[in-house]
Design a protein around this ligand. Sequence first.
Ligand code: ATR
Length: 280
Amino acid sequence: MTAPTKTRAACLIGWPAAHSRSPLIHHYWLRTLGIEGGYSIEAVPPEGFAEFVLHLAAHGFVGANVTIPHKERALALSVPDSRARAVGAANTLWYEGGELRSTNTDIEGFLGNLDACAPGWDGAGDALVLGAGGASRAVVFGLIERGITRVHLANRTLERAQALAGQFGAKVHPVAWDAIDGLLPRAGLLVNTTSLGMHGQPALELDAGRLPPHAVVADLVYVPLETPLLAAARARGLKTADGLGMLLYQAVRGFELWFGTRPEVTAELYAHVAADLTKA
Ligand code: ATR
């Protein structure tokens, strides 16, 4: 008789218990790969976070995703890799060599999705990134890591763009929001990291017709799935990368670390999660 193996489980730690698509993604992979495992949402208040994370295994988990408001604390309570340190926030935790390690998978989510949707995008020249929050930091880090030599960083609050650019050196140029229009003709890659275009938010007012014909347009917003920006870019025949794709690619590494198999982002998975988004 063989001893029963303990089912491996991971979770998403947030507060309040956010409505998240992560369980849908990980359950899909567990099911289609035939892996016995679990992925749950754990609502943990800020005052209980350190105890929960420092005893993650005792709580029954081999690792975790971390979301608002815990990402900075997660970094401080674990051994972060260079990506988590650069972004200043960790979203994925796992055990390795007896230590609780962390990374930030938003960077590989962004890059993996671009590679899948627009191969060769990194040869397109200047990048124009809109927004200077946490998501922008991950995007800019990814662009620099991939060798982009000039990133224009536009933000409504210029000081935030200046502060972010200051952390990355001479390749990142902070610009005022009203400079966007003039930069569009030389943007080989345009990335929206702001909340503009999101359901319930104002649209991103921008003339996609001013982009060069080889431009690639990425939007981190995924509700709606097709933002007005992506619709305008597609209408012009430009290659696009959407926010849902990034969400799916950012989930790959955690699954691999926790369950030991690198899962694939397929059209079927995309349709599965997209169906849930449109139902909401
Ligand atoms: P995240 O961590 O998801 O990046 P965030 O830190 O709240 O979120 O950043 C939101 C981004 O959207 C910011 O760049 C914000 O601009 P400000 O720094 O000026 O606040 C941008 N944003 C939100 N609403 C906007 C609007 N109406 N017009 C222009 N930019 C907007």
